[in-house]
Design a protein. Structure first.
Lengths: 617, 237
């Protein structure tokens, strides 16, 4: 071998190297290495398994399959059913940035046992406010409150409010539910029927069999998806419902049947107090449109006027007018809901509505907030508290009651503790859905039912109670068949007599009005921000929308920030213009801190009224 | 290479109500992070985005992701890094983040605007790393990404078929969006399957920007003439 051969070999090898996979492999490997910086998040490693569970975020109780790495759920998928976007990321609540991770006393770290001792040491009556009534934990609360001589409180109802108003018109009150599968037409009045209302994954099915007429001032998502959108003027729902009632009473057969019911004359007087022309002028819906809408009652029809679960219920008069309309229509589209069985020995104290409790009467209050979207305006709670009352919030998040409750004790969230879903109120079929605990609960967290049990000296945990109830139900997951809708006894409750309904129908608000609305499950996961921040499927929390003329009159520019002043405080909002919005209305899409914004009025509605909207310089 | 599958998607616009479950499921499956504070619809990182179109019949929602073009794939032809590869075995247009330089030629070339750019490093709130899908890698800042019909799921389905001793070739699987859709508006199948292919050839089925001749494999169907007209007009706009 001579030197020339060595050079040729070296040169040839160098040139040939380019044609081998080696440089490309080096490039690929170094590129991959550059993708794995220390600050790049890494996926978990461990044994992969699938487990079955039920989503208990809402009453839907949808069946799901949890995909786990080790004992950590990394994704949830529907199992033979459907899951709404919030249900798909329900496991994110475990790590939610707003999650309460330790017991706080006056804002400082403390022990849950100290909170228990503080309640024990307290004299005076104990009350438990259950923000998600109907669960097994709710029954256990009632059982223990019977021992403790306490009161069991539930929040004012929004979802199911119409059905509750109808139940008061029955001789024998029953749990009524709109039977959407039996209804040919559903008239939804300012209720987000297809946008998170009640059991989202069930209700939002677009392949629905019923025709949907949405009567609402703003063009909400439900209004956009409805078959007919009756664009009514804001806060004129009662006038619309009474006008429909008046049209129904033009039918002699229907009038003769209704005349046998209690409260008929009061209702007829209220309906006749408003001519159709006057109703049309108030609502902005023509007389022809009113008559066309009333034709829905020729077949099975359900009227739902529950209000917005986040923005608050509609006024009591509106719910009563909707209930009366359902009775006039023959209660077709409604059925009675069968109860889920429970052990007989669990009989406890009766349920009381928070709004029915005397103001300033509660001395010790425990608040059970087991999940997202259950908050209640603090002003609703505060006015019921006695001076110097002790408030302990057993809650999953630190936003709603921070600065308001004396103690905040972290509660385990979905998939950390066995829990069941509350009964469905948008389905006549009662169902019992239970989810097992798939991972260890947060250290220091206490289930509200276990907290109250310890106060009563009971050591049986909620997980064992669920197993006990499972035996009473008789198996795994069951659905209980609906019962026929009971016959209504009255058209109006006594509370609605004396012309209140007629006066409410004539109420025409003036000035710039504000309507709050929102998506109650928005706080489940930061990933859900994709639905408003990276797309326009939902309105951004703290976004106000108004007609361009309304904004111009207020000297506010769309696309800019503004200061929104309400009777309860003020906040910075993003302004957007919508030519389809009715003039004189400002609608606010609320965020997770909505409960501090709303104030209840004398009719039970929470909607806040606008004080001022001004541009930020 | 012999084509064994031509995976495709069929979206029933009459069933889609724009709930966004497909978007959320896609982000969860493919480790797409929550939006950064300055993200907007135009700068978002959704591989699949649902657009809303207002029509005289009400709102129409149209999920749009990568169309997996099989003829003259526009993004593939402009990529200087060969970071985009059309896989003839599946019909899926793959995106290889390790090769991507972030030049965004592919984004400019894509007629469907179905590609997104990682303007930031992926960030999840503390603790959320525990929820990442171990079957999919995390992409860093400066790379382009897009829908790949949940390629990770295809790999898993293929491995499972092999483990069960099934013959190599076409395997059936379901992408995250189709699995999550509560109204079953999104269906997924193989164009080599005569039954599925027949559904995509029905009179009420159509594709977006079909005259461009890129051979998109995401099909839409609607029985409403108004909806079809609105969607077609919007896609041309």
């Amino acid at each position: 071998m001579i030197r020339r051969d060595l050079l040729v070999f070296g040169g040839g090898a160098a040139a040939g190297l380019v044609f081998t996979p080696l440089p490309w492999r080096l490039l690929g490997d170094s590129a991959m290495w550059s993708q794995n910086w220390s600050w790049m998040p890494r996926a978990p490693r461990g044994e992969i398994s699938d487990k079955e569970a039920r989503c208990t975020l809402c009453a839907g109780g949808c069946a799901l399959r949890a995909h786990l790495v080790g004992t950590t759920p990394v994704s949830l998928w529907p199992r033979g059913s459907a899951l709404c976007p919030a249900g798909l990321v329900a496991h994110h609540m475990i790590w939610h940035p707003l999650r309460l991770r330790e017991t706080l006393h006056a804002g400082k770290p403390a022990q849950a046992d100290a909170a228990l001792e503080a309640v024990r040491a307290r004299k005076g009556q104990l009350a438990v406010l259950d923000l998600q009534p109907g669960r097994t934990a709710s029954l256990i609360h009632r059982l223990h409150l019977a021992k403790l001589g306490g009161t069991y409180l539930t929040p004012p109802r929004v979802e199911g409010a119409t059905a509750a108003a109808m139940a008061s018109l029955l001789e024998r009150p029953a749990r009524l539910a709109p039977d959407l599968s039996a209804a040919q037409t559903v008239i939804s009045v300012s209720t987000p029927l297809l946008d998170g209302w009640a059991t989202p994954a069930h209700a939002a099915r677009p392949n629905r069999a019923f025709k949907l007429i949405q009567a609402e001032a703003r063009r909400s998502r439900t209004a956009g998806l409805a078959d007919v959108h009756l664009s009514i003027r804001p806060f004129t729902e009662t006038a619309l419902l009474l006008a429909l009632g008046r049209i129904l009473l033009e039918d002699p057969a229907r009038r003769a049947a209704a005349a046998k019911l209690g409260g008929f004359e009061d209702y007829q007087n209220a309906a006749n107090s408003l001519t159709l022309e006057e109703a049309a002028r108030q609502t902005g819906v023509t007389v022809d449109q009113l008559r066309a809408t009333a034709r829905a009652f020729d077949g099975p029809c359900a009227v739902i006027a529950d209000g917005d679960p986040v923005g608050g219920p509609l006024r009591e008069e509106t719910r009563a007018a909707a209930a009366a309309l359902n009775v006039l229509g023959g209660l077709r589209g409604f059925a009675a809901q069968a109860e889920v069985p429970a052990p007989k020995e669990w009989a406890g104290v009766a349920e009381s509505r928070l709004d029915a409790v005397a103001d300033g009467s509660i001395e010790t209050l425990l608040i059970d907030e087991p999940g997202p979207g259950l908050g209640l305006p603090w002003l609703v709670i505060e006015k019921k508290l006695a001076p110097g009352a002790l408030v302990v919030a057993l809650t999953w998040n630190r936003a709603n009651f921070f600065g308001a409750a004396d103690w905040m004790v972290p509660a385990p969230v979905f998939l950390e503790a066995a829990q069941d879903a509350p009964p469905r109120y948008d389905s006549p079929r009662a169902a019992w859905a239970v989810s097992p605990a798939l991972m260890p609960a947060l250290a220091g967290s206490v289930h509200a039912a276990d907290f109250v049990a310890r106060l009563a000296g009971d050591e049986i945990k909620i997980a064992d109670r669920l197993a006990e109830r499972g035996k009473a139900v008789g198996g795994d997951f069951h659905e209980f068949d609906p019962l026929p809708a009971p016959r209504a006894d009255r058209l109006l409750t006594v509370a609605m007599t004396g012309g209140r309904l007629a006066r409410a129908a004539r109420f025409v608000p003036d000035g710039v009005l504000m309507m709050a609305h929102g998506w109650r499950l928005a706080a489940v996961s930061p990933l859900l921000a994709k639905l408003w921040q990276e797309s326009e499927l939902k309105e951004t929390p703290h976004q106000v929308t108004a007609h361009p003329d309304t904004l111009r009159a207020m000297n506010v520019t769309a696309g800019r920030s503004a200061r929104l002043e309400l009777p309860t405080g003020s906040l910075t909002v993003q302004v957007s213009a919508d030519a389809a919005a009715p003039p004189g209305l400002v609608s606010l899409s609320t965020g997770p801190a909505w409960s501090r914004l709303c104030k209840p009025d004398d009719g039970g509605a929470w909607s806040a009224r606008l004080v001022k909207l001004e541009a930020i310089a | 290479m012999k084509t064994t599958s031509r995976y495709a998607m069929l979206v029933d616009l009459d069933k889609c109500d724009g709930c966004g479950a497909c978007m959320v499921a896609c982000a969860m499956e493919n480790n797409v992070p929550p939006p950064s504070s300055h993200a907007k619809p135009r700068t978002g990182r959704n591989w699949l985005r649902v657009f809303r179109i207002q029509t005289e019949q009400g709102d129409v929602h149209i999920p749009v992701a990568c169309m997996q073009c099989e003829d003259e794939t526009p993004c593939q032809s402009v990529c200087p890094q060969k970071a985009v590869e059309f896989d003839p075995a599946t019909g899926i247009v793959g995106q290889i983040p390790e090769r991507c330089l972030g030049c965004r030629y592919c984004m400019a070339a894509c007629p469907y605007q179905a590609r997104v750019f990682n303007w930031d490093d992926p960030q999840w709130p503390a603790g959320y790393e525990a929820t990442l899908n171990p079957a999919v890698g995390v992409r860093q800042r400066g790379t382009v990404e897009k829908c790949n019909f949940c390629h990770g799921r295809w790999h898993q389905a293929r491995e499972q078929a092999a483990a069960e001793g099934k013959p190599a070739g076409a395997v059936a699987y379901t992408p995250a969006c189709a699995e999550a859709c509560p109204s079953q508006a999104v269906t997924f199948g193989d164009l080599n399957d005569p039954v599925f292919a027949a559904r995509t050839r029905e009179a009420d089925a159509f594709r977006l920007l079909e005259p461009l001749g890129t051979g998109p494999k995401v099909f839409y169907r609607t029985s409403s003439v108004i909806t079809r007209k609105a969607v077609t007009e919007q896609s041309h706009a």
